[in-house]
Design a protein around this ligand. Sequence first.
Ligand code: URA
Length: 220
Amino acid sequence: MFDGIAKILYNMSMNHYVDKSILPYQTGQIAAYELQVRTCRDCPLALTRTQAVCGNRRYQGDIMLLGEAPGAAEDRLGRPFAGAAGKLLRQFLAESQIAEERLYIGNTVKCRPVKPGKRPGTWSNRPPAPGEITACRRHLQTELALVRPKLIVTLGAVPLSCFTQDKPQMSQYHGKPFIAGERAVFPLYHPAAVMYNPGLRQAYEEDMRALVRYIQEEII
Ligand code: URA
């Protein structure tokens, strides 16, 4: 019964119009947050990064897309999802017709995790280590407080693990929204996983359609 009441209250709040324009005092908070990320030295990734990567700056968006961590292109350009995975993500988003202004795009870990590459003197991407995810948690919490998204779409297991008690298996969670505290979370596979494993493409496209239905039914 409590679940039912919680769902009704949640739906009422999702459908309630919230003015998300940026207020003047928030501009200062955003600048402070971005400076904090760019100058962070809380973990060893600070030693190998070119630059820390903040989100896409659409702090008024009501849907947060949360990736894993920057890769080589993001580290170089200073923007999230600036490489091949981002191209595929944008393609899926364009097909979904979710308005871009609604999307805040960021990452769980703000600096590129690297391991030595095959050729001497080069670096390759790797998934962030648990200690790096924990060290970056304070930035994610500030980001969530600034953006106040109604819905968080997690891309892959790393961002999803920030909202589950267990170590999540994507095969169990993908496409099934759930409530974590006061937020809705919609887990998707990471677009890079779809690139490397084309067998996931159909599931990813179905999840995208389910996400669009969820947004239409629960938010708009
Ligand atoms: N993968 C991510 O998770 N984030 C990016 O910004 C780029 C690739």
